[in-house]
Design a protein around this ligand. Structure first.
Ligand SMILES: Nc1nc2c(ncn2[C@@H]2O[C@H](COP(=O)(O)OP(=O)(O)O)[C@@H](O)[C@H]2O)c(=O)[nH]1
Ligand SMILES: [Mg+2]
Length: 270
C-alpha cells in the first residue's frame, strides 16, 4: 500500500526465466501489494521460476502476443482490487528502482498514467539502444505528437503505469493482441483526456532484454502510424474507430480472457 492505495505490479512474461528473479528482487515490496506474472505460453521455465518465487502466476494455454498478455494481466490486477497498476517487463530492461517515484505520481496525482522514458535525459544511445531503433523512435514520436495533439518524449517505452480509472475506462479489449497494443493504449489515453506524466528512465540493452528483430520492428512502426492516423481522424470527427469508442469492449475483472488461467494464487508480496 502507498497512501492507502493498493499497488499491483504486473509482469507480462515471455521466455523470461533467466531475468525474472533479478527483476523481482529489486521490486520494493514494502510499497507493492501484489506481483502478478502472466506467462504467454513460454517455451522456457518462466512459470516454474515465477512459482518458485511465490508470485501470483497466470498462464496462457497458447501464445497470444504481447498485447494479449497485457489484457490478461490488467484484468487480473483489477480483479485483485488494484488502485495503481505498474507494468514492469520481466527482462530486467527497466529498473524497478523507479517504482516508488512512478507510484507516487499516481497515488497522489496529478497524473492518470506515467511512462518511464528512455529519451528524456538523452542517454538512450549511451544505454545501448540500437541506432535504428532510436531514429525510428524519434521520427515516430514526432509524427505521433502532431497527430495526437500531445507532447511526449517517446511512445515506445515498455515501462508504464496506470490508475484503476484508466484501466476501467478504456475499451482495451478492442485493441490488438500484438505489440501495437501499447500504442493504441497511449492514443486512447490521450483521446480520453487523461493526463500522462513521464519520468526519465535509463535504457538497458543486453541479449535477454531485447529480442525484437528488424522485421517485427517495421511491422510495429507501420501499426504505430496507422494508430496515430486513426487517432487524428477520430479526434477531428472525420472517421470513427472502435478502439476510441467509449462504449467499446472494456476489461471485465470477473472474467479472464479465454485461454488464460490462474496457475498460482499465492502473492509474492506481503
Ligand atoms: N506475450 C508475448 N510477449 C512477447 C513476445 N515477444 C516478445 N515479447 C515481450 O515483449 C516485450 C518487448 O520485447 P523485447 O524483446 O524485450 O523488445 P525490446 O526490449 O523492445 O527490444 C518483452 O517484455 C518480451 O517479453 C511474444 O511473442 N509474446
Ligand atoms: Mg525488452
Amino acid at each position: 500500500m502507498f497512501h492507502n492505495k493498493k499497488i499491483v505490479v504486473v509482469m507480462p512474461a515471455y521466455n523470461a526465466a533467466r531475468t525474472i528473479e533479478r527483476t523481482y528482487n529489486e521490486i520494493p515490496l514494502d510499497l507493492v501489494d501484489e506481483v502478478v506474472v502472466t506467462d504467454d505460453a513460454s517455451s522456457d521455465e518462466t512459470v516454474q521460476v515465477a512459482k518458485r518465487l511465490g508470485l501470483h502466476t497466470l498462464v496462457h494455454e497458447e501464445n497470444r502476443g504481447y498485447g494479449g498478455n497485457q489484457k490478461t494481466c490488467y484484468t487480473e490486477a483489477l480483479r485483485l482490487g488494484a488502485d495503481v497498476v505498474v507494468m514492469l517487463h520481466p527482462d530486467y530492461q527497466y529498473t524497478p528502482k523507479l517504482l516508488p517515484s512512478i507510484i507516487g505520481l499516481l497515488t497522489d496525482g496529478p497524473f492518470d498514467a506515467v511512462l518511464g522514458s528512455r529519451v528524456l535525459g538523452g542517454r538512450a544511445l549511451a544505454g545501448g539502444m540500437p541506432r535504428y531503433k532510436y531514429v525510428a523512435n524519434r521520427l515516430l514520436t514526432a509524427t505521433q505528437n502532431l497527430l495526437c495533439g500531445a507532447k511526449l518524449s517517446e511512445y515506445h517505452t515498455g515501462y508504464r503505469a496506470f490508475t484503476r480509472e484508466v484501466l476501467e475506462a478504456l475499451p482495451l479489449l478492442e485493441n490488438s493482441d500484438d505489440f501495437v497494443f501499447d500504442n493504441q493504449m497511449l492514443a486512447q489515453i490521450l483521446l480520453a483526456g487523461f493526463e500522462i506524466g513521464e519520468v526519465s528512465c535509463p535504457a538497458a540493452y543486453f541479449e535477454e532484454a531485447s529480442s525484437i528483430n528488424f522485421r517485427r520492428s517495421v511491422r510495429y512502426g507501420i501499426g504505430v502510424l496507422a494508430t496515430s492516423l486513426q487517432a487524428f481522424l477520430h479526434r477531428k470527427g472525420i472517421a470513427r474507430f472502435a478502439i476510441f469508442d467509449p462504449t467499446g469492449r472494456r476489461l471485465d475483472p470477473t472474467a479472464l480472457p479465454s485461454g488464460a488461467a490462474v496457475a498460482s494464487e499465492t502473492s509474492g508480496a506481503a
